[in-house]
Design a protein. Structure first.
Length: 113
């Protein structure tokens, strides 16, 4: 790929990102009064984060679906849910889930192979 095409692609991506971030500021100049819309907008970041993260959790341990990858992904998901339910910080949840998935992956390599 040539440099001109890369620069054009980066410029287009930057423009789209800028428009997406500036458009709400231009449209909504006053504070939103509707309680439903305000509560909806408050929960959108969590829903988007969950929609992007959940598939990655299930397929992060292997490229092909095996019993080993399912067990390690389920262990990581379970630990993440428990730690998040106990109001632990984001770093604690991420490290705990990663450690659980890694340990279960290593244990299943020993016993299932």
């Amino acid at each position: 790929m040539d440099l001109q095409r890369i620069l054009i692609s980066v410029a287009i991506m930057a423009g789209v990102t800028y428009v997406i971030r500036v458009l709400p500021l231009a449209i909504f100049k006053k504070k939103i009064q509707n309680r439903f819309i305000r509560s909806f907008l408050a929960y959108v970041p969590y829903a988007v984060l969950a929609a992007m993260t959940f598939p990655a959790i299930l397929f992060s341990t292997a490229e092909t679906v095996t019993i080993q990858s399912i067990l390690s992904a389920a262990a990581g998901l379970g630990v993440a849910l428990v730690l998040a339910y106990k109001d632990k910080g984001l770093l604690t949840v991420a490290v705990g889930a990663t450690a659980a998935a890694f340990l279960v992956d290593q244990i299943t390599r020993i016993f299932l192979v």
